[in-house]
Design a protein around this ligand. Structure first.
Ligand code: AMP
Ligand code: FE
Ligand code: FE
Ligand code: ZN
Length: 277
């Protein structure tokens, strides 16, 4: 049987609903050989995943997903793989970014209060200061309190761009995010280019130092997948992929649905070995 992997997963340390250990257990059940933990602006789930992964025989690659901006307006996600996730500078920089996220989360709640939606005092996402707060936390609260019927509706009605509860979070530029990953000896990869849907931009990020493209992703059609594989091959950069699972949505778990062959990881490891550090 062909081995396969999932290199894009979120835990409760950011906007996922599974703990790192739960992710490993699900990976084991689904027969996934290797996973990368890629929380938004956080590396806090990696150690737990490594410990549990060792027990269950699931390989764990340390990763991160950084939010960057282009032209002030376009959101671009940069994945970092094989990062030195304990690097002091990196950890402190992520703490600063999460601080901005927390303030933004509070601002979103107060904007929603202006339109009679009161989510304050709710116990989710909890008292944990380390959580990398994101809009999915607000979406889940809106769902729990019955303001919306689905997770998606929360973005359409209340917290998506143009909605009353939308608050920008400006942080890194694309070159800054790439640089941040490279500084900790990681491989910078452009996440879900299909969401971006702009090939000129994709090419410009490759020029900025992206070393891989996430061609396999839950939101990509087969055509998009093939297109990004071709772009990566043309530029001689890595092809990567993952489900971008954030937990259970209704009864569905995205993990393992995007079949990424194990060879993808072997090529990444080779690139990592050859990189100067
Ligand atoms: P944030 O980083 O706080 O702006 O939140 C962005 C995250 O929200 C993304 O990583 C997705 O997990 C989720 N997200 C953004 N837009 C949507 C949408 N339209 N529907 C569902 N989830 C979304
Ligand atoms: Fe997310
Ligand atoms: Fe993303
Ligand atoms: Zn993601």
């Amino acid at each position: 049987m062909n081995k396969f992997i999932d290199l894009h997963l979120h835990t409760i340390c950011s906007d996922g609903t599974f703990t790192a250990s739960e992710i490993i257990n699900i990976a084991f059940e689904k027969g996934i050989s290797a996973v990368a933990i890629t929380d938004h602006d956080s590396v806090d789930g990696i150690d737990e995943a490594m410990i549990c992964g060792k027990k269950e025989g699931v390989e764990v690659i340390p990763g991160v997903e950084l939010s960057a901006y282009d032209d002030d307006d376009i959101e671009v996600h940069i994945l970092g793989y094989f990062i030195d996730y304990k690097d002091k500078w990196f950890v402190e920089r992520l703490e600063e970014i999460r601080d901005v996220r927390k303030k933004r989360y509070e601002k979103i709640l107060s904007k929603l209060k202006e339109i009679e939606i009161d989510l304050t005092g709710e116990d989710f996402p909890g008292e944990d200061e380390c959580v990398s707060y994101g809009r999915p936390h607000v979406a889940r609260l809106l769902l729990k309190k019955g303001y919306v019927h689905s997770f998606k509706e929360a973005f359409v009605k209340y917290i998506g761009k143009g909605c009353h509860g939308y608050v920008e979070k400006k942080r890194l530029t694309v070159p800054e995010a790439i640089e941040m990953v490279i500084k900790v000896n990681g491989i910078p990869v452009l996440a879900h280019p299909g969401i971006l849907n702009d090939d000129n931009k994709v090419n410009s990020y490759i020029g900025m130092g992206i070393l891989g493209i996430e061609a396999y992703h839950s939101d990509h059609s087969l055509q998009e997948q093939m297109k990004y594989v071709d772009i990566a091959k043309k530029h001689n950069i890595l092809i990567t992929g993952g489900s971008d699972c954030h937990g259970k949505i209704k009864k569905d778990i995205l993990m393992g649905k995007v079949k990424v062959p194990y060879e993808v990881l072997e090529r990444m490891r080779k690139a990592k070995r050859m990189a100067p550090s």
